[in-house]
Design a binder for this molecule. Structure first.
Ligand code: SF4
Ligand code: SF4
Length: 372
């Protein structure tokens, strides 16, 4: 984020309204953090006053609780249950529909969303890394997903450096945070005297230029860099390496899989909140009159019984094999598919697991004895 220090400008703390106004003038719908049901979620913003200020999010295995930020910062919370995933990969949507024409012949019709230009305020580094992984899956050249592509094309990302990581965060150990380095249009680091802002794209450069901001001082740039380093140093969880493929695949019969299976409810919360999970099911929804039908895609989870069901048998008949599938796909199989782990260290699967299963703890137990 601060590689081109000469391009960093200072957005005053009260300049967020001008930034939102500039984005709205440029035709973007603005989505940003809002408090709902005791958690920070992404919702449409009609102005900066809608942004929560002075909040932190205390997180621990199976716990998420909003607390107060004495410094009254806008972005002192680490993350909420939602990442960027639902904005592009909809939890439920119609892919195509079929009906009959006047002559009674079947007519199939693709249903591609008309997606507005969307500016997201407050994207975190772990979620930008997850978005790059979702792009690698849904936008692979040999099979571009039209629904994902339609939404993703109009997305403008205002990223924010995490200054206050949650206890569940471990993005420093996966190499994905806490300071955004790529994948954003504008990145902000919140300091007491304003936001150090850098552009990561031509679109971001144009928006910042329209605000007539002064360059950030060398001290402000150093403070932003130091803030990111301190946030990384404050993280207490970690994975023992960035490529655990061999370590995990050589332990498929480890007794720890039975231990975690005895605790796991197979609820699928971890896969729903994970910003990189992309498994889905496809369902047909016939109309009651039988004249038409919609073909829908819905998020699915490898923890569900039906996910492993093949003709005549189930490849993952118990929770042990489902948890093992999730962890080994995420941390091992993704290296073969995408050249890196599928975990960006956001910690959501830890906080939102109702029984507090901690992926970092499971990996540590499975790989105990290996050199770090
Ligand atoms: S596996 Fe867990 S920590 Fe890693 S990206 Fe998914 S939700 Fe976040
Ligand atoms: S690990 Fe936790 S969140 Fe995931 S399926 Fe099991 S109980 Fe649910």
């Amino acid at each position: 984020m601060f590689a081109h220090a000469d391009l960093a400008v200072l957005l005053p703390t009260d300049g967020l309204s001008a930034l939102l106004a500039a984005l709205m003038r440029a035709g973007y719908r603005c989505i940003g953090p809002a408090v709902e049901s005791g958690a920070i979620v992404l919702r449409e913003l009609d102005g900066p006053d809608a942004l929560p200020r002075g909040l932190q999010a205390a997180q621990a295995p199976g716990e998420y609780r909003l607390t107060t930020d004495p410094a009254k910062r806008y972005f002192a919370w680490a993350n909420g249950p939602q990442a960027l995933k639902p904005l592009n990969f909809a939890p439920q949507e119609t892919l195509w529909q079929v009906g009959r024409d006047a002559a009674g012949a079947l007519r199939f019709e693709a249903v591609v969303p008309v997606a507005p230009k969307l500016a997201v305020i407050g994207a975190r580094a772990c979620d930008l890394a997850a978005l790059a992984l979702q792009d690698a899956h849904f936008l692979r050249p040999e099979r571009i997903d039209a629904h994902y592509a339609a939404r993703r094309a109009g997305m403008f990302l205002v990223a924010v450096q995490c200054a206050v990581p949650a206890s569940t965060c471990f993005c420093a150990s996966t190499g994905d945070g806490p300071t955004p380095t790529t994948g954003f249009d504008i990145a902000l680091a919140e300091l007491p005297d304003g936001f150090v802002a850098t552009a990561g794209s031509e679109a971001g450069r144009a928006v910042l230029a329209s605000l007539n901001l002064v360059p950030a001082s060398a001290q402000q740039i150093d403070a932003a860099r130091a803030q990111g380093e301190a946030a990384a140093a404050a993280q207490t969880r970690r994975l023992p390496g960035r490529n655990l493929h061999d370590a995990l695949m050589s332990r498929l019969e480890h007794p720890r899989w039975d231990e975690v299976a005895a605790r796991c409810l197979a609820c699928g919360n971890c896969t729903a909140v994970c910003p990189t999970c992309f498994c889905h099911a496809e369902l047909d929804q016939p109309a009651l009159d039988g004249a038409s039908s919609r073909h829908e895609r819905v998020w699915d989870s490898c923890f569900g019984e039906s996910h492993g069901h093949l003709h005549g048998f189930n490849v993952r008949p118990d929770i042990r094999t489902r948890y093992r599938q999730w962890l080994t796909h995420k941390l091992a199989g993704w290296h073969e598919q995408f050249g890196r782990s599928g975990c960006t260290g956001c910690g959501r699967c830890i906080a939102w697991c109702p029984v507090g299963i901690d992926l970092t703890e499971e990996v540590a137990a499975l790989t105990a004895g290996d050199a770090a």
